[in-house]
Design a binder for this molecule. Structure first.
Ligand SMILES: [Zn+2]
Length: 483
């Protein structure tokens, strides 16, 4: 086992969606964690990708008169582009149509079948093609005599078919024991209690195959059946690590997900892994949802903000910063253009941008002289920041850094180096800017790389402890133009 490694995943996204703020949120959080762990010198593996099988894709492809594969090949480009635009630096983009993935899923299906955890039965249930999932009657919304999906509010179909079942019921007690021994497996904690209570009510066996469509992985022990999409999809996290050079990354340190898919990730997924005899991931963190001007984001109501719109408001780094700063990661947040612009102006431009440009300008004019001994402007919260990152409290990490930026601005205001020309004071603030920049890099990498270049240091955690090397510093371009 490699101790100094960090494996983080996003959910694999449904390729027929337009990449929007919901996708961007999870993916950015994963990027911030990946960058932070790289900064600490860990070997990082950051996985994202797309979930490409199932009835819904098959149907959409038929409507466009394309084969499902042709159809998804085009669609996934939008996701790759979105992550590039948002400066998301993932290590692998997995697709459930990748041959390697399909082979791993087949092997595991056979293994679980041989272990006696899969049997043939009859399935009858209310199926939502939007969710790719069956619902029991009590989960549905009844409206005007119709049964509606609780998420899509669209009518569900009552389907009956032969299906293979996974013996999920067998795993209820094992799961409860596992949650007990691993109190950090389900995060945030308030979600953990909900899941445990539901599992205590008992688990029903889970239908894992369909015969009503073709687009998916065929069961190796019965070619008439297609693997139910969740069994196929969840194993992406594992199959991505099954090439030789990647094996060291399993198990994942954390799966980041939206709260709507927490049940699949904290009940089905660990049960599948237990059955297959595979080590379980360390943590699953379910974040909240964004509302848009206080309304739930949904395509049908036209309240969806896609990645291009998000970036167009105030630039990439401001968007990244806003999503991580505005709301605690496990809670719901409200998105508005005004709130983003306020943070861009008041925090990034007035606090960070102003500090950097002022200090660089003063150094250009007065010069800089190395100072040794005790620094007034020492960032004392490194241990706290590490702890906050470990707890996924990105907003609080940023609060700590911005408190320090305030302190730097106050210090310079009090010392008035524009009157005294004190080169040592300028050195002290420039050194503080180095610390600030390195710690902010996971959140706003492009800006931080510009500052590092301007002040002649490397973005490297070890540089925080080293004194700033003196080099030529000039007033650069404006980092954040006020809007
Ligand atoms: Zn649905």
């Amino acid at each position: 086992m490699v101790r100094n490694k960090f494996y983080v995943t996003t959910p694999i996204y449904y390729p027929n969606d337009i990449p929007h703020i919901g996708h961007a949120y999870t993916t950015l959080a994963a990027d911030v964690l990946a960058r932070w762990n790289r900064l600490l010198g860990r070997e990082v593996f950051f996985l994202t990708g797309t979930d490409e099988h199932g009835k819904k894709i098959e149907k959409a492809a038929v409507e466009k008169e394309k084969s499902p594969k042709e159809f998804v090949d085009e669609l996934i480009l939008k996701f790759k582009e979105a992550w590039e635009k948002l400066n998301v630096n993932y290590d692998k983009f997995i697709r459930t149509t990748d041959k390697e993935h399909e082979e791993v899923v087949k092997e595991i299906l056979q293994k679980v079948y041989d272990a006696g955890d899969i049997y043939l039965g009859d399935y009858e249930g209310y199926y939502c093609t939007g969710c790719e999932a069956y619902y029991t009657e009590k989960d549905l919304i009844q409206e005007k005599g119709k049964n509606l999906c609780p998420i899509h509010k669209k009518e569900v179909e009552l389907l009956k078919e032969k299906s293979y079942f996974f013996k999920l019921s067998k795993y209820a007690n094992l799961l409860l024991e596992f949650y007990e021994k691993n109190p950090d497996f389900i995060l945030p904690k308030k979600k953990r209690v909900e899941i445990i209570n539901r599992v205590k009510e008992g688990l029903k066996d889970l239908s894992i195959s369909r015969t009503s469509f073709d687009w998916g992985i065929r069961l190796p022990f019965d070619k008439e059946h297609i693997c139910y999409v969740w069994f196929d999809a969840l194993f992406n996290y594992y199959s991505a690590t099954q090439e030789n050079s990647k094996k060291k990354y399993w198990p994942a340190e954390v799966h980041l997900i939206g709260k709507d898919i927490i049940w699949f990730h904290t009940v089905y997924w660990p049960a599948f892994l237990m059955s297959a005899g595979i080590e379980l991931p360390k943590k699953v963190f379910a974040h909240g949802w964004w509302t848009f001007d206080k309304e739930k984001i949904s395509k049908s109501r036209g309240k969806v903000i896609n990645v291009d719109e998000l970036i167009s408001i105030a630039g990439v780094d401001s968007a990244r910063y806003f999503l991580m700063r505005e709301t605690p990661f496990g809670d719901d947040g409200d998105f508005s253009e005004k709130a983003l612009i306020d943070r861009h102006n008041n925090e990034l431009a007035d606090k960070l941008g102003n500090l950097v440009s002022r200090v660089a300008g003063l150094i250009e004019k007065n010069g800089i002289e190395k100072k040794s001994g005790v620094f007034v402007l020492k960032f004392e919260k490194i241990a706290k920041v590490k702890e906050l990152f470990d707890g996924f409290e990105f907003d609080k990490v940023l609060n700590e850094i911005f408190e320090f930026i305030d302190k730097c601005n106050e210090y310079i205001q009090g010392k008035k180096p524009w009157e005294t020309g004190d080169k040592k004071v300028l050195y002290e603030v420039a050194d503080a800017i180095k610390t600030i920049t390195i710690l902010l890099w996971p959140f706003i990498p492009e800006t931080c790389e510009k500052i590092a270049k301007q002040f002649n240091f490397e973005i490297d955690y070890k540089e925080i402890e080293k004194p700033l090397k003196i080099g030529k510093i000039k007033k650069g371009e404006i980092l954040f133009k006020k809007l």
